[in-house]
Write a protein that binds this ligand. Sequence first.
Ligand SMILES: [Zn+2]
Length: 141
Amino acid sequence: MLNVGSINEGFVLDHIQAGKSMEIYHNLNLDKLDCCVAIIKNARSNKMGKKDILKVECSIDMLDLDILGFIDHCITVNIIQDAKIVEKRELKLPNEVVNVIRCKNPRCITSIEQELEQVFILTDKEKEVYRCKYCEEKYER
Ligand SMILES: [Zn+2]
C-alpha cells in the first residue's frame, strides 16, 4: 500500500522509472509552481526492482497528463483527496505534444522562427514514433 503521507489533495505518480523523476519534475513545470513536492528516488518495487515516486500537493488540474503520457505512459497516476487515493488514471500516448521537445533539424522552420510552437505528432502508435509537424523529422528518444 502506498503511503501518501500528509497529502490532502494532490496526486502521486508511482512506478516512475528509477532516475526519471527529476526529468518529470521539470517537464511538468513543478519547479515553477508554489506547491509541496516530495521526490522519492530508488524506492523498492516488486514490479520494477527500483522506481521513483513523485508526490505533489496541488490541484489535479495543474497536471498535464499528455506530457506525462508522452514521457512514460507506464506511470501510475493516483489522485488524492482527503489523504486517500480516490482514483487511478491510465496514461496514454498523446496524439500531439506541444512545446515539450524541440525539433533538431537545423533547416526546420522552428529552428529559424523561434517563436513558433514546437509541435510533434504521433505518427506510429506501435513504435511510439513522433514527428515534427513542420518538417516531419523523427524525434529520437
Ligand atoms: Zn521540424
